[in-house]
Design a protein around this ligand. Structure first.
Ligand code: ADP
Ligand code: MG
Ligand code: ZN
Length: 490
Protein backbone atom coordinates (compact mmCIF):
# COMPACT_ATOMS: atom_id res chain seq x y z
CA UNK A 1 0.00 0.00 0.00
CA UNK A 2 1.52 3.32 -0.98
CA UNK A 3 1.16 6.38 1.21
CA UNK A 4 0.82 10.04 0.33
CA UNK A 5 2.32 13.07 2.12
CA UNK A 6 -1.01 13.99 3.70
CA UNK A 7 -1.04 10.66 5.56
CA UNK A 8 1.76 11.93 7.83
CA UNK A 9 2.08 14.38 10.66
CA UNK A 10 5.15 15.87 12.34
CA UNK A 11 6.18 15.54 15.98
CA UNK A 12 8.44 18.26 17.33
CA UNK A 13 10.25 18.76 20.66
CA UNK A 14 12.60 21.65 21.43
CA UNK A 15 15.61 21.93 23.72
CA UNK A 16 16.27 25.61 24.41
CA UNK A 17 19.39 27.01 26.08
CA UNK A 18 19.01 30.44 27.62
CA UNK A 19 21.81 32.70 28.84
CA UNK A 20 20.82 34.19 32.18
CA UNK A 21 21.28 37.88 32.91
CA UNK A 22 23.51 37.84 35.99
CA UNK A 23 26.42 40.05 37.01
CA UNK A 24 28.82 37.16 37.47
CA UNK A 25 29.41 33.66 36.12
CA UNK A 26 27.80 30.47 37.45
CA UNK A 27 30.56 29.26 39.78
CA UNK A 28 33.08 32.10 40.05
CA UNK A 29 33.17 35.89 40.43
CA UNK A 30 34.14 36.69 36.82
CA UNK A 31 31.93 39.14 34.95
CA UNK A 32 29.13 37.57 32.90
CA UNK A 33 29.58 39.90 29.95
CA UNK A 34 30.17 39.50 26.24
CA UNK A 35 31.95 41.57 23.71
CA UNK A 36 35.08 42.36 25.76
CA UNK A 37 38.62 41.47 24.66
CA UNK A 38 39.03 37.68 24.34
CA UNK A 39 39.92 35.95 27.62
CA UNK A 40 39.54 39.14 29.67
CA UNK A 41 36.91 37.72 32.06
CA UNK A 42 38.61 34.58 33.30
CA UNK A 43 39.97 33.06 36.51
CA UNK A 44 41.27 29.63 37.63
CA UNK A 45 37.68 28.37 38.21
CA UNK A 46 36.27 29.11 34.75
CA UNK A 47 39.54 28.18 33.05
CA UNK A 48 39.14 24.73 34.59
CA UNK A 49 42.46 24.72 36.47
CA UNK A 50 42.86 21.93 39.02
CA UNK A 51 42.34 22.49 42.72
CA UNK A 52 39.74 25.25 42.56
CA UNK A 53 36.40 25.33 44.34
CA UNK A 54 33.26 26.36 42.44
CA UNK A 55 30.58 28.32 44.36
CA UNK A 56 27.01 28.38 42.92
CA UNK A 57 25.60 31.74 41.88
CA UNK A 58 22.41 32.34 43.89
CA UNK A 59 21.10 34.92 41.44
CA UNK A 60 21.18 32.30 38.65
CA UNK A 61 19.27 29.86 40.86
CA UNK A 62 16.67 32.54 41.70
CA UNK A 63 16.22 33.40 38.01
CA UNK A 64 15.75 29.72 37.11
CA UNK A 65 13.17 29.30 39.88
CA UNK A 66 11.44 32.48 38.67
CA UNK A 67 11.30 31.03 35.14
CA UNK A 68 9.80 27.85 36.58
CA UNK A 69 7.21 29.86 38.49
CA UNK A 70 6.24 31.87 35.39
CA UNK A 71 5.79 28.60 33.46
CA UNK A 72 3.92 26.86 36.30
CA UNK A 73 6.53 24.16 36.92
CA UNK A 74 7.05 22.24 40.15
CA UNK A 75 10.09 23.72 41.89
CA UNK A 76 12.59 21.43 43.62
CA UNK A 77 13.25 22.16 47.27
CA UNK A 78 16.95 21.66 46.78
CA UNK A 79 19.34 22.36 43.98
CA UNK A 80 21.99 19.75 43.28
CA UNK A 81 24.72 19.84 40.61
CA UNK A 82 26.22 16.93 38.67
CA UNK A 83 29.19 16.45 36.41
CA UNK A 84 28.45 15.56 32.81
CA UNK A 85 31.61 13.97 31.45
CA UNK A 86 32.78 14.39 27.87
CA UNK A 87 35.72 15.81 26.01
CA UNK A 88 35.56 18.98 23.99
CA UNK A 89 38.36 21.46 23.28
CA UNK A 90 36.28 24.39 24.57
CA UNK A 91 35.73 22.67 27.93
CA UNK A 92 39.06 22.16 29.73
CA UNK A 93 37.70 20.36 32.82
CA UNK A 94 36.47 17.53 30.53
CA UNK A 95 33.14 17.79 32.28
CA UNK A 96 30.34 20.32 32.34
CA UNK A 97 28.60 21.13 35.60
CA UNK A 98 24.89 20.52 35.01
CA UNK A 99 21.88 18.98 36.71
CA UNK A 100 20.99 15.38 35.99
CA UNK A 101 18.37 13.60 38.09
CA UNK A 102 17.24 16.56 40.16
CA UNK A 103 16.53 19.50 37.84
CA UNK A 104 15.35 22.72 39.48
CA UNK A 105 11.99 22.66 37.67
CA UNK A 106 9.77 19.83 36.46
CA UNK A 107 6.63 19.97 34.32
CA UNK A 108 4.94 23.25 33.47
CA UNK A 109 3.88 24.52 30.06
CA UNK A 110 4.21 27.29 27.49
CA UNK A 111 0.81 28.47 26.30
CA UNK A 112 0.61 29.36 22.63
CA UNK A 113 -1.20 32.65 22.24
CA UNK A 114 -2.63 33.64 18.86
CA UNK A 115 -0.30 36.63 18.60
CA UNK A 116 2.74 34.38 19.11
CA UNK A 117 2.12 32.69 15.75
CA UNK A 118 3.75 34.06 12.58
CA UNK A 119 1.71 37.01 11.30
CA UNK A 120 0.82 35.33 8.00
CA UNK A 121 -0.99 32.43 9.69
CA UNK A 122 -2.65 34.25 12.59
CA UNK A 123 -6.00 34.24 10.81
CA UNK A 124 -6.15 30.57 9.78
CA UNK A 125 -4.73 29.09 12.97
CA UNK A 126 -7.02 30.84 15.39
CA UNK A 127 -8.68 27.60 16.42
CA UNK A 128 -5.52 26.17 17.99
CA UNK A 129 -4.24 29.41 19.45
CA UNK A 130 -4.39 28.45 23.11
CA UNK A 131 -2.73 25.03 22.87
CA UNK A 132 -0.36 24.42 25.80
CA UNK A 133 3.03 22.83 25.07
CA UNK A 134 4.11 20.81 28.08
CA UNK A 135 7.60 21.15 29.48
CA UNK A 136 9.67 18.18 30.63
CA UNK A 137 12.16 20.06 32.78
CA UNK A 138 14.28 23.15 33.29
CA UNK A 139 17.78 22.81 34.66
CA UNK A 140 20.74 25.03 35.31
CA UNK A 141 24.24 24.45 33.96
CA UNK A 142 27.35 26.29 32.82
CA UNK A 143 28.12 27.37 29.26
CA UNK A 144 31.32 26.34 27.49
CA UNK A 145 33.96 28.57 25.90
CA UNK A 146 33.81 29.70 22.29
CA UNK A 147 36.21 28.41 19.64
CA UNK A 148 37.25 30.36 16.57
CA UNK A 149 38.64 28.93 13.38
CA UNK A 150 40.67 31.49 11.49
CA UNK A 151 41.22 31.72 7.75
CA UNK A 152 44.95 30.98 8.15
CA UNK A 153 44.20 27.55 9.56
CA UNK A 154 44.78 28.46 13.22
CA UNK A 155 42.15 28.17 15.92
CA UNK A 156 41.63 30.03 19.16
CA UNK A 157 39.42 29.79 22.23
CA UNK A 158 37.77 32.65 24.10
CA UNK A 159 36.92 31.73 27.68
CA UNK A 160 34.79 34.79 28.43
CA UNK A 161 31.68 32.67 27.92
CA UNK A 162 33.08 29.63 29.79
CA UNK A 163 31.23 29.06 33.04
CA UNK A 164 28.45 31.58 32.41
CA UNK A 165 25.01 30.50 33.67
CA UNK A 166 22.91 28.65 31.15
CA UNK A 167 19.36 27.44 31.65
CA UNK A 168 18.10 24.51 29.57
CA UNK A 169 14.37 24.25 28.92
CA UNK A 170 13.25 20.91 27.46
CA UNK A 171 9.79 20.57 25.97
CA UNK A 172 7.71 17.47 25.50
CA UNK A 173 7.30 16.51 21.83
CA UNK A 174 3.92 18.30 21.78
CA UNK A 175 4.28 20.46 18.67
CA UNK A 176 2.93 19.33 15.31
CA UNK A 177 3.80 22.14 12.90
CA UNK A 178 6.60 24.56 12.11
CA UNK A 179 4.21 27.37 13.06
CA UNK A 180 3.62 25.90 16.52
CA UNK A 181 7.37 25.71 17.09
CA UNK A 182 7.58 29.39 16.04
CA UNK A 183 4.77 30.29 18.45
CA UNK A 184 6.38 28.26 21.26
CA UNK A 185 9.68 30.12 20.89
CA UNK A 186 7.99 33.55 20.63
CA UNK A 187 5.83 32.90 23.69
CA UNK A 188 8.78 31.53 25.66
CA UNK A 189 10.96 34.49 24.71
CA UNK A 190 8.22 36.88 25.76
CA UNK A 191 8.00 35.30 29.22
CA UNK A 192 11.78 35.28 29.69
CA UNK A 193 11.97 38.97 28.79
CA UNK A 194 9.00 39.78 31.05
CA UNK A 195 10.73 38.15 34.02
CA UNK A 196 14.02 39.95 33.32
CA UNK A 197 15.61 36.51 33.16
CA UNK A 198 17.28 36.95 29.78
CA UNK A 199 17.06 39.14 26.69
CA UNK A 200 16.60 35.83 24.84
CA UNK A 201 17.74 37.15 21.46
CA UNK A 202 18.48 34.15 19.24
CA UNK A 203 20.49 36.25 16.81
CA UNK A 204 22.86 37.15 19.67
CA UNK A 205 23.06 33.56 20.90
CA UNK A 206 21.25 34.45 24.14
CA UNK A 207 18.67 31.81 23.29
CA UNK A 208 19.82 28.71 21.37
CA UNK A 209 17.57 25.99 20.17
CA UNK A 210 18.00 22.32 19.22
CA UNK A 211 15.08 21.15 17.15
CA UNK A 212 14.01 17.48 17.36
CA UNK A 213 11.61 16.37 14.67
CA UNK A 214 10.10 13.13 13.42
CA UNK A 215 7.08 12.12 11.38
CA UNK A 216 4.48 9.40 11.88
CA UNK A 217 1.38 8.21 10.06
CA UNK A 218 -1.62 10.20 11.28
CA UNK A 219 -3.39 8.35 14.06
CA UNK A 220 -0.29 6.42 15.17
CA UNK A 221 0.61 6.88 18.84
CA UNK A 222 4.28 5.87 18.77
CA UNK A 223 6.85 8.41 17.72
CA UNK A 224 8.96 7.88 14.62
CA UNK A 225 12.75 8.15 14.46
CA UNK A 226 13.80 11.74 15.11
CA UNK A 227 16.43 13.97 13.56
CA UNK A 228 18.00 16.85 15.43
CA UNK A 229 18.57 20.18 13.68
CA UNK A 230 21.45 22.48 14.64
CA UNK A 231 22.68 25.91 13.67
CA UNK A 232 19.42 27.81 14.01
CA UNK A 233 19.82 31.46 14.82
CA UNK A 234 16.39 33.01 14.57
CA UNK A 235 12.83 32.03 15.38
CA UNK A 236 11.82 32.41 11.74
CA UNK A 237 14.84 30.25 10.81
CA UNK A 238 13.46 27.48 13.04
CA UNK A 239 10.18 27.70 11.15
CA UNK A 240 11.90 27.52 7.74
CA UNK A 241 14.16 24.65 8.84
CA UNK A 242 11.22 22.64 10.14
CA UNK A 243 9.15 23.19 7.00
CA UNK A 244 12.02 21.87 4.92
CA UNK A 245 12.89 18.97 7.23
CA UNK A 246 9.30 17.74 7.64
CA UNK A 247 8.86 17.70 3.86
CA UNK A 248 12.21 15.90 3.46
CA UNK A 249 11.30 13.17 5.95
CA UNK A 250 7.87 12.66 4.37
CA UNK A 251 9.48 12.41 0.94
CA UNK A 252 11.93 9.75 2.18
CA UNK A 253 9.17 7.68 3.76
CA UNK A 254 6.61 7.98 0.95
CA UNK A 255 9.42 7.04 -1.44
CA UNK A 256 9.79 3.75 0.41
CA UNK A 257 12.87 4.74 2.48
CA UNK A 258 13.40 4.94 6.25
CA UNK A 259 14.61 7.77 8.48
CA UNK A 260 17.88 7.25 10.30
CA UNK A 261 18.51 9.05 13.57
CA UNK A 262 20.92 11.82 12.72
CA UNK A 263 22.02 15.35 13.47
CA UNK A 264 21.51 17.75 10.58
CA UNK A 265 22.75 21.28 9.94
CA UNK A 266 20.36 23.97 8.68
CA UNK A 267 21.69 26.34 6.01
CA UNK A 268 19.36 29.34 6.04
CA UNK A 269 20.82 30.78 2.81
CA UNK A 270 20.45 27.59 0.81
CA UNK A 271 17.22 26.73 2.62
CA UNK A 272 18.13 23.10 3.28
CA UNK A 273 19.35 20.73 5.97
CA UNK A 274 22.41 18.56 5.42
CA UNK A 275 23.77 15.59 7.33
CA UNK A 276 26.26 16.39 10.12
CA UNK A 277 26.56 13.06 11.90
CA UNK A 278 24.66 9.84 12.44
CA UNK A 279 23.81 9.05 16.04
CA UNK A 280 24.71 5.41 16.55
CA UNK A 281 24.06 5.06 20.25
CA UNK A 282 23.14 7.26 23.16
CA UNK A 283 26.07 9.04 24.81
CA UNK A 284 27.11 7.78 28.21
CA UNK A 285 28.07 10.92 30.09
CA UNK A 286 28.71 9.06 33.34
CA UNK A 287 26.92 11.68 35.38
CA UNK A 288 27.72 11.83 39.09
CA UNK A 289 27.13 14.45 41.80
CA UNK A 290 29.81 17.14 41.79
CA UNK A 291 31.73 16.43 45.00
CA UNK A 292 32.91 20.06 45.21
CA UNK A 293 29.43 21.59 45.36
CA UNK A 294 27.11 21.22 48.32
CA UNK A 295 23.43 20.99 47.39
CA UNK A 296 21.66 24.32 47.96
CA UNK A 297 18.29 24.53 49.70
CA UNK A 298 15.83 26.54 47.66
CA UNK A 299 12.87 26.47 50.03
CA UNK A 300 14.37 28.86 52.56
CA UNK A 301 15.31 32.16 50.96
CA UNK A 302 15.73 31.58 47.23
CA UNK A 303 12.19 30.49 46.45
CA UNK A 304 10.72 33.40 48.43
CA UNK A 305 13.03 35.81 46.61
CA UNK A 306 11.91 34.45 43.20
CA UNK A 307 8.26 34.84 44.26
CA UNK A 308 8.74 38.55 45.01
CA UNK A 309 9.95 39.03 41.43
CA UNK A 310 7.00 37.36 39.74
CA UNK A 311 5.76 39.94 37.20
CA UNK A 312 2.25 40.37 35.86
CA UNK A 313 2.41 37.94 32.93
CA UNK A 314 1.43 38.81 29.34
CA UNK A 315 -1.90 36.95 29.41
CA UNK A 316 -3.01 38.67 32.63
CA UNK A 317 -1.77 42.05 31.43
CA UNK A 318 -3.76 41.69 28.22
CA UNK A 319 -7.02 41.12 30.10
CA UNK A 320 -6.33 43.95 32.53
CA UNK A 321 -5.50 46.51 29.81
CA UNK A 322 -8.66 45.63 27.89
CA UNK A 323 -10.71 45.95 31.05
CA UNK A 324 -9.10 49.03 32.57
CA UNK A 325 -8.69 51.18 29.45
CA UNK A 326 -11.45 49.88 27.20
CA UNK A 327 -9.05 48.97 24.38
CA UNK A 328 -9.89 45.97 22.19
CA UNK A 329 -8.57 42.57 23.27
CA UNK A 330 -6.50 42.51 20.08
CA UNK A 331 -4.88 45.86 20.83
CA UNK A 332 -4.37 44.84 24.46
CA UNK A 333 -2.59 41.74 23.14
CA UNK A 334 -0.31 43.74 20.86
CA UNK A 335 0.53 46.11 23.73
CA UNK A 336 1.16 43.28 26.22
CA UNK A 337 3.36 41.40 23.79
CA UNK A 338 6.09 43.84 24.78
CA UNK A 339 6.27 44.75 28.48
CA UNK A 340 8.04 48.04 27.71
CA UNK A 341 5.38 49.03 25.17
CA UNK A 342 2.57 48.17 27.57
CA UNK A 343 4.28 50.23 30.24
CA UNK A 344 4.65 53.17 27.85
CA UNK A 345 0.97 52.92 26.98
CA UNK A 346 -0.06 52.95 30.63
CA UNK A 347 2.06 56.01 31.34
CA UNK A 348 0.62 57.69 28.22
CA UNK A 349 -2.97 56.98 29.24
CA UNK A 350 -2.44 57.71 32.94
CA UNK A 351 -3.93 61.20 33.05
CA UNK A 352 -6.64 60.46 30.50
CA UNK A 353 -7.68 56.83 31.09
CA UNK A 354 -11.03 57.52 29.39
CA UNK A 355 -9.13 58.07 26.11
CA UNK A 356 -7.41 54.66 26.29
CA UNK A 357 -8.57 53.54 22.83
CA UNK A 358 -7.43 56.84 21.27
CA UNK A 359 -4.02 56.59 22.95
CA UNK A 360 -3.70 52.95 21.80
CA UNK A 361 -4.53 54.02 18.23
CA UNK A 362 -1.91 56.75 18.28
CA UNK A 363 0.68 54.33 19.62
CA UNK A 364 -0.13 51.27 17.51
CA UNK A 365 -1.47 52.75 14.27
CA UNK A 366 0.19 56.13 13.96
CA UNK A 367 3.50 55.40 15.65
CA UNK A 368 4.32 51.68 15.43
CA UNK A 369 2.98 51.20 11.92
CA UNK A 370 5.59 53.62 10.62
CA UNK A 371 8.39 52.93 13.10
CA UNK A 372 11.50 51.04 12.09
CA UNK A 373 13.76 48.70 14.06
CA UNK A 374 12.83 46.02 16.55
CA UNK A 375 10.52 46.89 19.45
CA UNK A 376 10.95 50.64 19.14
CA UNK A 377 9.44 53.02 21.65
CA UNK A 378 8.66 56.66 20.89
CA UNK A 379 11.48 59.01 21.84
CA UNK A 380 8.91 61.32 23.46
CA UNK A 381 7.42 61.71 26.92
CA UNK A 382 4.52 59.22 27.13
CA UNK A 383 2.11 61.88 28.39
CA UNK A 384 2.32 63.67 24.98
CA UNK A 385 0.25 60.82 23.58
CA UNK A 386 -2.41 61.21 26.27
CA UNK A 387 -2.47 64.97 25.79
CA UNK A 388 -2.89 64.69 22.03
CA UNK A 389 -5.64 62.10 22.39
CA UNK A 390 -7.41 64.43 24.80
CA UNK A 391 -7.12 67.46 22.47
CA UNK A 392 -8.74 65.47 19.66
CA UNK A 393 -11.35 63.72 21.78
CA UNK A 394 -12.56 66.96 23.36
CA UNK A 395 -12.81 68.65 19.97
CA UNK A 396 -10.11 71.21 20.65
CA UNK A 397 -8.56 70.13 17.35
CA UNK A 398 -9.94 67.94 14.61
CA UNK A 399 -8.43 64.65 13.48
CA UNK A 400 -6.63 66.21 10.51
CA UNK A 401 -5.02 68.77 12.81
CA UNK A 402 -4.25 65.91 15.18
CA UNK A 403 -2.16 64.28 12.47
CA UNK A 404 -0.26 67.51 11.95
CA UNK A 405 0.42 67.91 15.67
CA UNK A 406 1.51 64.27 15.82
CA UNK A 407 4.06 64.80 13.07
CA UNK A 408 5.23 68.10 14.56
CA UNK A 409 5.71 66.74 18.05
CA UNK A 410 8.15 64.18 16.68
CA UNK A 411 9.97 66.83 14.63
CA UNK A 412 10.22 69.43 17.39
CA UNK A 413 9.87 67.45 20.62
CA UNK A 414 7.30 70.02 21.77
CA UNK A 415 4.15 69.15 23.72
CA UNK A 416 0.86 68.92 21.75
CA UNK A 417 -0.91 71.77 23.58
CA UNK A 418 2.03 74.10 22.96
CA UNK A 419 2.08 73.11 19.27
CA UNK A 420 -1.64 73.77 18.87
CA UNK A 421 -1.07 77.32 20.12
CA UNK A 422 2.09 77.89 18.16
CA UNK A 423 0.65 76.64 14.87
CA UNK A 424 -2.67 78.45 15.43
CA UNK A 425 -4.48 75.18 15.04
CA UNK A 426 -7.09 75.50 17.72
CA UNK A 427 -10.32 74.26 16.30
CA UNK A 428 -13.03 76.91 16.01
CA UNK A 429 -15.94 75.82 18.17
CA UNK A 430 -17.19 79.34 18.61
CA UNK A 431 -20.75 79.03 17.23
CA UNK A 432 -21.09 82.67 16.24
CA UNK A 433 -17.97 82.47 14.08
CA UNK A 434 -19.09 79.19 12.54
CA UNK A 435 -22.56 80.56 11.75
CA UNK A 436 -20.97 83.24 9.57
CA UNK A 437 -19.01 80.63 7.59
CA UNK A 438 -22.12 78.47 7.23
CA UNK A 439 -24.20 81.38 5.91
CA UNK A 440 -21.47 82.16 3.36
CA UNK A 441 -21.34 78.52 2.21
CA UNK A 442 -25.13 78.32 1.87
CA UNK A 443 -25.28 81.55 -0.12
CA UNK A 444 -22.52 80.44 -2.48
CA UNK A 445 -23.86 76.92 -3.20
CA UNK A 446 -27.53 77.03 -4.18
CA UNK A 447 -27.28 73.70 -5.96
CA UNK A 448 -26.18 71.79 -2.84
CA UNK A 449 -28.90 73.55 -0.85
CA UNK A 450 -31.54 72.53 -3.39
CA UNK A 451 -30.23 68.94 -3.45
CA UNK A 452 -30.43 68.75 0.32
CA UNK A 453 -33.96 70.13 0.37
CA UNK A 454 -34.93 67.60 -2.33
CA UNK A 455 -33.93 64.82 0.05
CA UNK A 456 -30.28 64.20 -0.88
CA UNK A 457 -29.12 64.47 2.69
CA UNK A 458 -25.45 63.94 2.00
CA UNK A 459 -25.37 67.14 -0.05
CA UNK A 460 -24.63 68.69 3.33
CA UNK A 461 -21.12 67.27 3.06
CA UNK A 462 -20.29 69.54 0.14
CA UNK A 463 -21.36 72.53 2.23
CA UNK A 464 -19.40 71.24 5.16
CA UNK A 465 -16.34 71.02 2.92
CA UNK A 466 -16.87 74.66 1.94
CA UNK A 467 -17.00 75.74 5.57
CA UNK A 468 -13.82 73.79 6.34
CA UNK A 469 -12.16 75.60 3.45
CA UNK A 470 -13.42 79.02 4.55
CA UNK A 471 -12.15 78.33 8.07
CA UNK A 472 -8.82 77.05 6.70
CA UNK A 473 -9.44 73.67 8.29
CA UNK A 474 -9.90 75.00 11.80
CA UNK A 475 -13.66 74.51 12.15
CA UNK A 476 -15.00 71.77 14.38
CA UNK A 477 -16.61 69.53 11.72
CA UNK A 478 -19.24 68.03 14.01
CA UNK A 479 -20.48 71.45 15.07
CA UNK A 480 -20.47 72.68 11.46
CA UNK A 481 -22.64 69.72 10.46
CA UNK A 482 -25.13 70.49 13.22
CA UNK A 483 -25.36 74.18 12.34
CA UNK A 484 -25.80 73.51 8.60
CA UNK A 485 -28.57 70.97 9.12
CA UNK A 486 -30.35 73.35 11.50
CA UNK A 487 -30.15 76.21 9.00
CA UNK A 488 -31.30 74.08 6.05
CA UNK A 489 -34.26 72.57 7.86
CA UNK A 490 -35.54 75.75 9.49
P1 ADP B 1 18.10 12.87 23.44
O1 ADP B 1 18.50 11.91 24.48
O2 ADP B 1 18.40 12.43 22.05
O3 ADP B 1 18.53 14.26 23.70
P2 ADP B 1 15.52 13.23 24.65
O4 ADP B 1 14.63 12.08 24.93
O5 ADP B 1 16.27 13.83 25.77
O6 ADP B 1 16.49 12.85 23.47
O7 ADP B 1 14.62 14.36 24.00
C1 ADP B 1 15.15 15.54 23.54
C2 ADP B 1 14.03 16.36 22.89
O8 ADP B 1 13.54 15.67 21.75
C3 ADP B 1 12.84 16.61 23.78
O9 ADP B 1 12.39 17.93 23.56
C4 ADP B 1 11.82 15.60 23.31
O10 ADP B 1 10.50 16.07 23.48
C5 ADP B 1 12.14 15.49 21.82
N1 ADP B 1 11.84 14.19 21.25
C6 ADP B 1 12.08 12.97 21.78
N2 ADP B 1 11.70 12.00 20.92
C7 ADP B 1 11.21 12.63 19.81
C8 ADP B 1 10.67 12.17 18.56
N3 ADP B 1 10.58 10.89 18.26
N4 ADP B 1 10.27 13.10 17.67
C9 ADP B 1 10.39 14.41 17.94
N5 ADP B 1 10.87 14.89 19.08
C10 ADP B 1 11.29 14.01 20.01
MG1 MG C 1 19.31 16.14 23.29
ZN1 ZN D 1 36.03 32.86 36.46
Amino acid sequence: MSSTPSDYEAVIGLEVHVQLKTNTKMFCGCKNEFGGASNSHVCPVCLGLPGVLPVPNEEAIVKTILTGEMLECQIATRCKFDRKNYFYPDMPKNYQISQYDEPLCLGGAVKLDLLAYPKDVQKEESTIADKPIRLTRIHLEEDVAKSFHNDDGTSGIDFNRAGTPLMEIVSEADMATAEEAFAYLSALKQILVYGGVSDADMEKGQMRCDVNVSIRPKGQKEFGTKCELKNLNSISGVRRALKYEIARQIEVVTGGGTITQETRRWDDDLGETTLMRIKEKAHDYRYFPDPDIQPVRTDEGLYAEAKTRLPELPAAKKLRLADQYGVSVYQAGVLSADAALADYFERAAKLHPQHGPAVANLLLNDFLATATGENPLPSLEPHYFGELADLTATGAINSKQGKEVFAQMFLTGKAPAALVKELGLAQVSDTAALEVFCDQAIAANPKSVADFKAGKLNAVNALKGQVMKLSKGTANPTLVGDILVKKLTQ
